[in-house]
Ligand binder design. Sequence first.
Ligand SMILES: *Cc1c(COP(=O)(O)O)cnc(C)c1O
Length: 407
Amino acid sequence: MNEQRDRPQWRLETSLVHAGERAAAPQAVPTTTPIYTTSTYLYPTLAELDAAFASGSGYLYVRYGNPTVAALENAIAAIEGARGAVAYASGMAALHAALLAAATPRGETAPQPRAILAARDLYGATTVLLEEMFVARGAVVAYADMCDLDAVEAALADLRPEVVLVEQLSNPLLRVVDVAGLAARCRAVGARLVVDNTIATPVLQRPLSLGADIVVHSATKYLSGHGDTLGGVAAARTALLHDTLARQARLLGASPGPFEAQQALRGLKTLALRFERQCASAARIATFLAAHPAVVRVYYPGLAEHPQHALAATAFGGRFGGLVSFELAGDTVALHRFVDGLRLFLPATTLGDIYSLVSVPALASHRELGAERRAERGISETLVRLSIGIEAVEDLIADLEAALDLR
Ligand SMILES: *Cc1c(COP(=O)(O)O)cnc(C)c1O
């Protein structure tokens, strides 16, 4: 459309701005989605632009849609079995959006839910989000033990929430929830079930297939997997919920840039390979730690003593995730000596990377909760969370063994 305008009778200043741009898209299809760094799209005539606006499809402006971001959204929708997915700049943005959308299931514009029932053990920032963005604005948030379906049923009857929020494989204690059981109870009272599937990943479970309404991921973690980006996604079971998420995203504007979307899309391609290795190594490390005298208790759903081991064994197809948490014997002096003594595990505040990571929830992910609420949730000051990477498991065990000896 711009060949006319590209004819170079222009002065240098004009050519510097326009020369070389707006070549027609190649006829051949690229194998991998390119990073589209354009903020807008051109249509040959004003009538076609008008038609694109009217139809609501077609690319117009980057906050409304970008081909790289759309490729990520389509991939997530396919992987999670969703009617549609929306990508966000971070996992927190995806969670915030999911909570708002789940409270307005008929697409109305209610500003926020009246009541939310949330799992007692959530990612630390998620609890703070509920309190500072929802409770502070008049919503009621109650917490329940989501592993106890009778308690959930009673809380649902009592609170009548629009939204129920739970993590599959809770952070950091790795508790396992019965998503189908929760979904049935939510449906009975008209509540929408939002599952943060960041830690289980779609390799272990696809919550929408079990009746959840929205599944959320921090794409910063396993989906991207290389510790080099920030992103989030929310995928919806129904077209209506997807539409609500998409409309809301245009207004709230927490969309990812095309570079970040491409990193997440690229990460997805090796998710199953990485995660299989991470699960296998985590299982061996959990067994090693459980037998070590310097370890008081190991939290890993693959161990027979884990309270939801049987549920996890049937729900996850024989794998149990890539995180292992444990209580170290001794005090915080021993804790510091252990963590500082690790050479291979990186003391980084994230999870799901190809690198093996160690974190102390009381100092990092659950710091903002405060000591009292951590204690209520069973998160002690010497709880250690390992995120297992893709290194050789023998090297990882040797690193743990050496650091435990220092303690
Ligand atoms: C990291 C994380 C989040 C937040 O995601 P960001 O991408 O950091 O915004 C939410 N839920 C869980 C379970 C997480 O691990």
